[in-house]
Design a protein around this ligand. Sequence first.
Ligand SMILES: NC(=O)c1ccc[n+]([C@@H]2O[C@H](COP(=O)([O-])OP(=O)(O)OC[C@H]3O[C@@H](n4cnc5c(N)ncnc54)[C@H](O)[C@@H]3O)[C@@H](O)[C@H]2O)c1
Length: 280
Amino acid sequence: MTGAGPGDEGLADQQRVSVVTGGALGIGGATSRRLAADGDLVVLNDIDEAAAEKTCAEITGAGGQVVPVVGDIVDDAVVDQVLAKVRDLGRIDVLVNNVGDFRPASKTFLHSKPEQWQRLHELNLLHVLKVTHALLPMMVDQGSGTIVNNSTVEAFRGIPGNAAYSAYNAGVSAFTRSLAVEVGRHGVRVNAIAPDLADTPQTSAQAMLRGRDPDLVRHWLPLGRFGRVDDYAAVIAFLASDEARFVTGHTVPVDGGTLAASGWYGRADGKGWTNMPDNP
Ligand SMILES: NC(=O)c1ccc[n+]([C@@H]2O[C@H](COP(=O)([O-])OP(=O)(O)OC[C@H]3O[C@@H](n4cnc5c(N)ncnc54)[C@H](O)[C@@H]3O)[C@@H](O)[C@H]2O)c1
């Protein structure tokens, strides 16, 4: 795949360069489309070439600018390619470390294997450090830049069967806090979002419902529906924008209220709430 769209003409005055990892599908796809629609030139990394091609075509079709980098972001050579693209463009304004996946998990930690923890570590925490480490020097030299990491509500709430995933995402939120303190004096802000219940390829509404009545969803979340990818992209876009210029070091839950509810559900009969969902 090659660079696509008006990006070939170079950067316009004041135009931002944004990097989105896992930028083809799900929350990352919505983020790439949103940042490009807002006028950024997006460097879109994704492991899925066909999906990257499709999202790049959507962006350029809508008049946006995007440069693809296809490959596994855990791989140092791919991180180097992202850095090379950004160097060619001459600046980096926004880095969205979006890649993450719970699926290498085991049903229980007790029966899990170290190989599973290793892949969870690479997919959820290690690349966040690698990509940030590669691109941060350019932000520091510029004296500006903003990083938005993708954590999860399970960094703050227990999730059985996913102890390692949860630990690595708690690491993402801790990294976000500490790095924000370290680099604030260089004009660089670092924040994160903590999604829950997004309807994406990783956690589709169909898979979450498992044949159950979609009407039940309004009892499961205070806001009464699953998240749409644009709900998450909107918060990432805000944190990456100058509107959030005095916000750094935070992880913002984007969860329809599940973290606030912490185990409270609307009763099936509509009469109040229960924290014992088997007991209406
Ligand atoms: N879906 C949810 O409800 C939910 C909940 C909590 C946290 N999150 C977090 O949000 C982020 C995005 O989740 P999603 O549901 O949109 O994911 P998704 O799996 O639907 O999409 C991920 C995108 O990243 C790409 N990708 C996967 N592995 C990659 C790799 N190694 N290198 C480069 N690209 C890669 C995929 O091809 C895809 O385009 C993840 O960090 C996830 O942990 C999601």
